[in-house]
Design a protein around this ligand. Structure first.
Ligand code: UDP
Length: 356
């Protein structure tokens, strides 16, 4: 099969490399690497100022503009906002202008405009949906796109897709990771870990409570999206419980994360996937997570971690001893079997090639 000419359009939340795009940033890099490895010709539209190590041969098309406000921090009934000088309209004006050079266009952003534009593109426009339901306007445009073009949407997990009224079974792609970027660490410290954007939907407060009760520090990596929330969590536990490590590039993140005895994952929302769970497992760090959303589909209880009743700090504490006793090498191996980059790229390619 000849390689496809593919145009990928990044999230307009801001320049890549600082964590503004959440898990989409790593997903995008994995997609580029996996699809380039399968012989496809790739171009990427992203924000000016993006810092990213692109695989060789990928064409980078940069656009200036204001960051797009993220849907998960707006009212459920919030209006659609498109800043006139924003990255979002600039990205899609560029994609429309260039469309005839491509066999397909792939949208990575969770925004109203690209879904609405689906019928306006001559090459098929595909959407990898990165969140569950967070706003009415997005539910409507996602569901309308799914009804008119059912093959054009894909999701990361069944729990995420179940947020939307779809007429047929959803296409589930999970996600893929380059395990060569994550080193296995056999000997952890007496340290618990937590990784994510520091924002209320991520539920850091529960992990902090659990760490305080267990008596080990909790290392926290991630973008401080909501400083007032971060300060409130800090104030809710004894001084020294939280170790703020900041937002790190993958190489440094995995080196530090691998020292943890376990990762706590305690989101309050219907997390679409949960990249950080697989990244921890890739280092040999088992995961103790709430049985909710995507994370519940990622942990293999008894092998790579444990799942407990959501919002129950006591349940986390009860399950922690068995998580700490797990075989760290088996944890990494299971994750590698399930979430390889190669298999993910194959699934994405099959999706893009399916007629219709
Ligand atoms: N991340 C990172 N460095 C950090 C902390 C987090 O690169 O110090 C990345 C991590 O690799 C993951 C993303 O931030 O890809 C968070 O994604 P996740 O899917 O867990 O949640 P989201 O932010 O999309 O809700």
């Amino acid at each position: 099969m000849a390689g496809l000419r593919l145009l990928l359009v990044s999230t307009p939340l801001g320049p890549l490399g600082q964590g503004l795009g959440g898990g989409v940033e790593l997903t995008l890099l994995g997609l580029l690497q996996g699809l380039a490895g399968r012989g496809h010709q790739l171009s990427l539209i992203a924000a000016e100022g993006s810092q990213l190590a692109l695989p060789p041969g990928v064409e980078l098309l940069l656009e200036p503009g204001l960051p797009q406000p993220s849907w998960q921090h707006q009212q459920r009934q919030g209006a659609i906002q498109i800043p006139a000088a924003g990255l979002l309209p600039r990205f899609w004006a560029r994609a429309l202008a260039l469309q005839d050079q491509f066999d397909a266009v792939l949208n990575l952003g969770y925004d109203w405009l690209p879904f609405w534009l689906t019928p306006q593109f001559r090459p098929p426009l595909f959407h990898l949906v990165s969140m569950g339901s967070v706003a009415q306007a997005m539910d409507e445009v996602i569901e309308a796109t799914a009804a008119a073009f059912p093959q054009r949407l894909a999701f990361h997990s069944a729990a995420q897709a179940a947020d939307f009224h779809l007429l047929g079974p959803p296409r589930l792609l999970a996600n893929g990771f380059d395990f060569s970027r994550y080193s296995f660490q056999a000997e952890p410290k007496s340290l618990l870990g937590w990784v994510g954007r520091i924002a209320p939907e991520k539920g850091l407060e529960d992990a902090a409570q659990a760490a305080a009760a267990w008596g080990w520090p909790l290392a926290v990596w991630g973008l401080l999206e909501d400083p007032a929330y971060g300060a409130a969590v800090e104030a809710s536990v004894p001084a020294g419980t939280l170790q703020w490590r900041g937002f790190l590039a993958t190489e440094q993140l995995q080196a530090e994360l691998g020292q943890c005895a376990a990762l706590l994952n305690t989101p309050k929302w219907n997390e679409a996937f949960g990249n950080v769970l697989v990244e921890a497992m890739a280092c040999g760090v088992p995961v103790l997570a709430y049985r909710r959303g995507g994370p519940a589909e990622l942990v293999d209880p008894g092998v790579s971690g444990a799942l407990v009743e959501p919002d129950q700090v006591g349940a986390l504490l009860e399950a922690l001893p068995q998580v700490l006793a797990l075989d760290r090498r088996a944890c990494r191996s299971r994750a590698q079997e399930r979430f390889s980059l190669e298999a993910f790229a194959e699934r994405v390619e099959a999706w893009l090639l399916e007629p219709g």
